[in-house]
Design a protein around this ligand. Structure first.
Ligand code: 5GP
Length: 177
């Protein structure tokens, strides 16, 4: 870690672990046995790994795939355009899909991913994010499932990066200026 003074813990790994179990419980009540979980890379990779194992512990056995979308570059503000860097491979036609992402902020990423999946003829698309930054924001499309409300700060850790660093932190932290 080059500068731990700039890291302020927000959610501990114990808090995340406990919340994952609740999330998996809610998802298991809503999703059918036969669904496709699509994790949006890269920021969701640790969250998705833990969530999918929690779903398995709750009796689900989804097909798992990944898609890579780009928007943030290496800064802390959105570039505003979302691009598809790598598509999922599973045939989602007629299937129920759960999109898994790290953070819902402007909503552009999930709106893009949802539209992309629906254009492939999915039966239904639901969304699950670890952090929801949209609380109280007018016009925001809420996720179907979320782990925590997040303040409007730039966060890192638990898979989330700043310029490709900090992904290995076992907790979520605010990156201070
Ligand atoms: P949106 O498209 O909803 O504005 O942004 C969602 C994407 O932007 C997330 O999947 C994530 O990759 C990135 N993002 C948004 N806020 C943050 C943040 O605070 N920290 C990090 N590391 N990425 C963020």
């Amino acid at each position: 870690m080059d500068d731990p003074a700039h890291i302020e813990p927000l959610f501990t790994s114990d808090e995340i672990g406990a919340r994952l179990d609740g999330l998996a419980h809610d998802i298991a009540k809503t999703m059918p046995q036969d669904f496709v979980a699509v994790a949006i890379l890269k920021g969701s990779f640790i969250f998705a790994a833990d969530l999918i194992r929690a779903l398995t512990a709750h009796g689900l056995n989804p097909e798992v795939d990944f898609m890579t979308l780009g928007s943030y570059g290496t800064g802390t503000t959105s570039s505003g355009t979302v691009s598809l860097l790598r598509d999922a491979e599973v045939d989602v036609h007629g299937r129920e899909v759960l999109l898994i992402d790290d953070i819902l902020d402007s909503g552009r990423t999930l709106t893009f991913a949802r539209a992309h999946m629906m254009a492939k003829g999915t039966k239904a698309v639901r969304t699950c994010v670890l952090l929801d930054k949209t609380k109280g924001r007018a016009g925001a499309i809420p996720p179907d499932f979320f782990g925590f409300d997040s303040p409007p700060a730039f966060v890192v850790g638990y898979g989330m990066d700043h310029a490709h660093k900090y992904r290995g932190l076992p907790f979520v932290a605010i990156l201070k200026a």
